[in-house]
Design a protein around this ligand. Structure first.
Ligand SMILES: [Zn+2]
Length: 385
């Protein structure tokens, strides 16, 4: 049984809310189909975020291909702030009305996942962050979740199909099940060492039966320099002080000369937990908090009809644009008609948005995921959580 919508159904507007179909029926009957300008923006970011990453655009613009639509907006992977228009859509209203629902669906979830990952990446302070969240969401979304985690700065993903689509190697160890079936962590580690190719890192779970510190030492002694890292995934009921468990394990490994054995941590992590674990960890597997990241709640609002400024209560009419000062980083939302705008520092501000689509055709080269991801990683150097 397949329940999830396929690409064709999405592009045909079948996943849209019924009220857009009603809007089409009414306006067609009334012979009204004006030129409108609509802006996509996030009024408020979740959890008091100061910024978010704009993601999902490459998928979303497929909706408007070969339609008489022009789009201006932030490049995918850009930083966005509350209230900034990230996309400006221009065209006959009936040419895009029914795509509002899927457009927002694409960018709200993608931006939410990329933003959460970027926050984890910042808090991990150059340590490895892997996306482990596939199991918490519908499997048809697995490559979607991992794409946007990777775009947001994740160093790798655990799911096979996601890794294939990203053209990277999937990352992971072995499940607790193998250790349970073999009956001993060290024996399971030796079996793993015998079974998998040399290129696969030897990272072994150490929380199945015994104490994490003792098991780590036992593994290091058995596998010697072939052991790359241990992974601590201790259940919350046994954690007590997780940072203390990792600190002890690190100290004991170092004390016995196993300084090269890293420690990976997973299980219920989010950006707020990482700071205290950083001194002892080499990397993190982060699951639910990435795949179930709060969405960035964009909305789409008409701001002009047939060239006249108009909008609903609570919004500001007239087409706007986002400027940034390349000297001090200050950003500002101004009306498109405002020409030269100076920053509070005196510098002239530059435009952040660019042409994304003209008459239904994408403008410029299609950006690869790595180009977009590198844009994110460059931005992250200047941001905090
Ligand atoms: Zn400035």
């Amino acid at each position: 049984m397949q329940i999830h919508a396929n690409h064709k159904e999405i592009l045909n507007g079948k996943t849209t809310d019924i009220y857009f179909q009603r809007a089409e029926e009414i306006l067609k009957k009334e012979k009204k189909n004006p030129e409108v300008t609509a802006e996509v923006w996030a009024k408020k970011l979740p959890d008091n975020y100061k910024w978010a990453i704009f993601a999902g655009l490459s998928e979303a613009i497929e909706l408007f291909k070969n339609k008489k639509i022009n789009i201006i907006g932030l490049p995918e992977g850009s930083i966005l702030l509350e209230k900034e228009p990230v996309l400006t859509i221009k065209g006959k209203y009936l040419d895009f009305a029914k795509f509002e629902t899927p457009l927002l669906g694409y960018i709200c979830q993608a931006s939410g996942i990329s933003t959460k990952t970027a926050r984890c990446k910042i808090m991990a302070e150059n340590r490895i962050v892997l996306s482990f969240g596939a199991r918490r969401m519908h499997p048809s979304l697995t490559p979607v979740i991992d794409r946007y985690a990777y775009l947001g700065g994740a160093d790798g993903v655990s799911a096979i199909l996601s890794a294939e689509k990203l053209k990277i190697k999937p990352q992971g160890t072995i499940p607790h099940a193998v250790i349970l079936i073999i009956g001993d962590t060290a024996e399971a580690a030796l079996a793993y060492d015998r079974a998998v190719g040399k290129a696969v890192p030897r990272i072994i779970l150490v929380d199945t039966f015994g104490d994490e510190k003792i098991e780590s030492l036992r593994l290091a002694e058995k596998l010697k320099n072939r052991l790359d890292a241990v992974r601590i995934d201790t259940p919350s009921s046994r954690r007590g002080n997780l940072a203390q468990i990792i600190r002890e394990t690190r100290a004991e490994l170092d004390n016995k000369g196993f300084n090269n054995v890293g420690i990976f941590v997973s299980g219920g992590l989010d950006e707020y937990r990482l700071k205290e674990l950083n001194p002892y960890s080499e990397g993190y597997g982060i699951g639910t908090s990435l795949s179930n990241a709060p969405t960035i709640n964009f909305s789409l609002d008409i701001v002009e009809i047939d060239g006249k400024s108009i909008t609903k209560k609570g919004k500001i009419s007239g087409e706007k644009k986002v400027l940034e000062c390349n000297r001090c980083g200050e950003r500002k939302i101004v009306f498109v008609k405002d020409n030269k705008t100076n920053c509070i520092c005196g510098n002239e501000m530059g435009l952040l948005t660019k042409k994304i689509m003209e008459k239904g055709q994408p403008v410029g080269e299609t950006e690869t995921i790595d180009i977009i991801r590198n844009r994110v990683l460059r931005e992250l150097r200047f941001l905090d959580v």
